[in-house]
Design a protein around this ligand. Structure first.
Ligand code: HEM
Length: 505
């Protein structure tokens, strides 16, 4: 007998013997509660074989974000599916996502990210903030949060970041000058380098040459290692472990990519630490304004610093590159918005050539453009939570503890119930209050204790870069260019090259 019926028949028996307690209205309200306790067995969803075919035979891994919209249309806001060996419950409604996040507990778990953790255990590396759990996560989070989330602390990075933006502008000038129509090919590629240089400057307060005319080989290899690692993440997680022995390539490539990233981070940390040690030995006073220095001051073990810096470097590259690429792609296709934004920027800047944190704070349309780009192209299209210690109720379902719950942000942020004309780029929508908008419908940085620790730095970096790019260039689509759609590569990235014309102002 299904659990709901069992409870209902027990309730009616009790009503016969205790009529005053089990009155009809009480029973009715109980029935409501009872009805809400549907189980995983009652949940709709594709059968394992059809989902497997979707994923592997119809390029489903790169279309995972679209499968969210298809899943919601077919099954409603909650459905289950097996992602390889993992059963996951999809939640694609803002109020249900809110319910999950409000029950996430003291030490939220994003997901098992099993292959990331397996790699660290296998190589004896420490977890960083992205992968740590429990008390260990809490300790690192409070240290990093102190230096990365307080507005005053973050503003201190504006000067360093502005130097990187200056180099980005020079590089864009150089790249567009090489082309007759001033086209910069594959802008995401340029912005990967900008992202890596930006996060390195915050972490080490030194430059690593990503934006030089001749990009160091190790930088290119680091960026391509991130790409390979993200592609292999989905593949290694979707493959049952037994298949890793039969098809060893994905796991091998995955490990090689991580090996390179750890080595790269360690090389830069050791170099920076050695410089500091030399200065201390010379009796000089050393006071750094960079993140690795703060981590060392907190007496974190070297192993933990290596783990954290590797993960921060990784987190600061694709996220920034994608958001900048999509923002400029959309602005190039919406010249009226670009014109209004340029007017806003020049209005604040007057004759000043370099915006500060205080300047960009006075540019509401600039912030709205980034918000809208992240609504249409959330870098993390599907986030997740695992509630490990208790079953939780979500909508009418009781979800057993330890279930992987996928939060379908891509589907909610393109849902016309919450955003009129949902597929259109309309940053102005963020400039006024809208009663239909649900606060959890578009949450590109996540929510709550485990939300993005780099959010403030990322926003500052994006605002400083976008403002300055538009001060220097009018950005247009490449003539005869094609429309570019997003694809999932763990993160949401452009499916094809975005080529844009950068015309000097
Ligand atoms: C547009 C830029 C970015 C977006 C959209 C973004 C988005 C996100 C999201 C959705 C999460 C998961 C939040 C959750 O589970 O609730 C996250 C976590 C995280 N992000 Fe970002 N991120 C961005 C940039 C950055 C940057 C630049 C850094 C590094 C400086 C960074 C570092 C991290 C870290 C370390 C975590 C893990 C936090 C934890 O587990 O406590 N992110 N980010």
């Amino acid at each position: 007998m299904p659990q709901t019926l069992k409870i209902a028949s027990r309730a009616s028996l009790l009503a016969r013997y205790f009529p005053e307690i089990w009155s009809e209205s009480h029973l009715r309200s109980q029935a409501k509660v009872i009805k809400t306790h549907k189980t995983l067995d009652d949940m709709p969803g594709p059968n394992a074989l059809s989902f497997f075919t979707d994923l592997f035979c119809k390029k489903g891994l790169s279309r995972l974000h679209e499968l969210q919209i298809e899943g919601k249309a077919k099954y409603g806001p909650v459905w289950k599916a097996s992602f390889g060996p993992i059963l996951t419950v999809h939640v694609a409604d803002p109020s249900l996502i809110e319910q999950v996040l409000r029950q996430e507990g003291k030490h939220p778990i994003r997901s098992d990210l099993s292959s990331w953790k397996d790699y660290r255990v296998c190589r004896g590396h420490a977890y960083g903030l992205l992968t740590a759990e429990g008390e260990e996560w809490q300790q690192i989070r409070s240290i990093l949060g102190k230096h990365m989330l307080k507005p005053k602390e973050v503003e201190c990075y504006a000067g360093t970041l502005n130097h990187v933006v200056t180099d980005l502008i020079h590089r864009l000038q150089h790249q567009q000058s090489l082309h007759q129509q001033h086209v910069v090919k594959n802008v995401a590629n340029e912005f990967y380098k900008f992202g890596l240089e930006g996060i390195s400057s915050v972490l080490f307060d030194s430059r690593i040459g990503c934006l030089e005319p001749k990009v160091p080989k190790e930088t290119e290899t680091f960026i391509s290692s991130i790409n390979t690692m993200f592609v292999m993440t989905l593949l290694t997680m979707a493959m049952p472990k037994i298949l890793h022995r039969i098809f060893p390539k994905p796991w091998q490539k995955f490990c090689e990519s991580w090996d390179y990233m750890f080595e790269f981070a360690k090389g830069h940390i050791d170099k920076r630490m050695a410089e500091v040690a030399e200065r201390v030995a010379r009796g000089e006073k050393v006071e750094g304004k960079y993140l690795t220095y703060y981590l060392a001051q907190e007496k974190l073990s070297m192993k933990s610093i290596y783990g954290n810096v590797t993960e921060l470097l990784l987190a600061g590259v694709d996220t920034i590159s994608s958001t900048l690429s999509w923002s400029l792609y959309e602005l190039s296709h919406h010249p009226e918005v670009q014109k209004a934004l340029h007017k806003e920027i020049t209005g604040v800047m007057k004759d000043n050539p370099i915006p500060t944190a205080a300047d960009v704070a006075q540019m509401p349309l600039l912030k709205a453009v980034v918000k809208e780009a992240l609504r249409l192209y959330p870098v993390i299209p599907g986030n997740a939570r695992v509630i490990s210690d208790r079953d939780i109720q979500v909508g009418e379902y009781l979800i057993p503890k330890k279930t992987l719950i996928t939060l379908c942000h891509y589907a909610t942020s393109r849902d016309e119930k919450y955003f009129s004309n949902p597929n259109a780029f309309q940053p102005q929508r963020w400039l006024h209050k809208d009663g239909d908008r649900h606060p959890y419908a578009s949450i590109p940085f996540g929510f709550g204790k485990r939300s993005c620790v780099g959010r403030r730095i990322a926003e500052l970096e994006l605002y400083l870069a976008l403002a300055r790019i538009l001060m220097h260039f009018e950005v247009k689509p490449e003539q005869g260019g094609h429309a570019v759609r997003p694809m999932t590569r763990t993160l949401l990235v452009p499916e094809k090259e975005i080529n844009l014309q950068f015309l000097n102002r």
